[in-house]
Design a protein around this ligand. Structure first.
Ligand code: IPD
Ligand code: CA
Ligand code: CA
Length: 303
């Protein structure tokens, strides 16, 4: 582990009070970050052949390498070593496709409510296509929910050595520095990110949205990791990120990071007042341009 990473873990113990949650947020956060580092190390030490596509999932655009399940196992092991009775929902333990993903989330949330056990939601590698093609923009994403609400989230970019994290009501941080969104007054000066999702319907919605938005904004980026694009909205590199069909593991950690950085994480079609991890169509923004982006998407016939 680099000195920076060791410092970040030490810093957390100093940073957070242990009173605002039943479970000390510092220990949840420390575990989230530690587990993301374990997965990040597996990613950066993977060889070219490790990064080969083992199988495709939903279709030829939805990839799985042998490192994805290894990262998932490593994250789970790290969490369970600290919290043996907590529940964990991981992408690679669920059948591919939106309905399996939604059903798995509902059943885990239900179980978490009934047993009063925290639920961890993890994406072992968010941005597997980037990982396969060596595009160096992918990240493990680890979040913990208490009473159905995300209270801790960490997204770790092992290539840039950037650790984004947030704790409910305690703020959002990047490598130990507090971060906040940077609101852009007008849409035409805004940089918008979006997804290039694997599903047919979501791809056609994305194309329509791209066509409507491009003439009206400074530029559009499709960077290939939902979790990292959310981190980038939170620290002001992007003004907005929207995507038509995401799963809870793509957005659980990043959504909290955006909100704690002063941004908004909402449903795309209907204005949800606060971030709901079950929402599959999302828009995250700097607190300013999201309404205009939404209007353009509406005019473009998305909803
Ligand atoms: C994908 C990434 C990508 C988004 C896709 C997701 P994965 O996650 O977040 O940016 O556009 O919709 O499925 O499959 O690499 O974990
Ligand atoms: Ca993902
Ligand atoms: Ca993934």
């Amino acid at each position: 582990m680099t000195i920076l990473r060791a410092f970040i873990l030490l810093f957390i113990f100093e940073l957070l009070p242990s009173t605002s949650l039943n479970l000390a947020p510092s220990s949840l956060l420390e575990t989230a970050i530690r587990s993301a580092y374990v997965a990040g190390n597996l990613m950066t030490s993977a060889t070219a052949s490790d990064k080969g596509v083992e199988v495709t999932k939903l279709n030829k655009k939805d990839l799985l390498t042998k490192i994805d399940p290894l990262c998932e196992e490593a994250i789970k092991k790290t969490i369970l070593a600290r919290f043996p009775d907590h529940l964990i929902l991981g992408e690679e333990s669920v059948e591919p496709g939106p309905s399996a993903s939604s059903m798995a989330l509902s059943s885990f949330l239900e179980k978490s409510r009934a047993t009063k056990k925290p639920l961890w939601i993890i994406d072992p590698i968010d941005g597997t296509t980037n990982f396969v093609h060596d595009l160096r923009y992918s990240a493990p994403s680890v979040a913990c929910c208490v009473n159905g609400e995300v209270v801790v989230g960490c997204v770790f970019d092992p290539y840039a050595n950037e650790t984004f994290w947030a704790v409910k009501n305690e703020g959002a941080f990047l490598n130990g520095e507090r971060i906040s969104v940077k609101p852009e007054a007008c849409l035409e000066d805004s940089v918008i990110a979006m997804g290039a999702p694997p599903g047919k319907l979501s791809a056609s919605k994305s194309i329509k949205g791209f066509e409507g938005l491009l003439p009206k904004v400074r530029t559009i980026r499709m960077l290939g990791s939902a979790a990292l694009m959310l981190g980038w909205v939170a620290c002001g590199r992007l003004n907005c990120y929207w995507e038509w069909d995401l799963s809870s593991w793509d957005v659980a950690a990043g959504g909290l990071i955006v909100e704690e950085a002063g941004g908004r994480m909402r449903g795309l079609e209907e204005d949800t007042l606060k971030f709901d991890v079950s929402e599959r169509k999302i828009i995250a923004d700097d607190g300013k341009c999201g309404n205009d982006v939404r209007e353009v998407l509406k005019e473009s016939g998305l909803f």
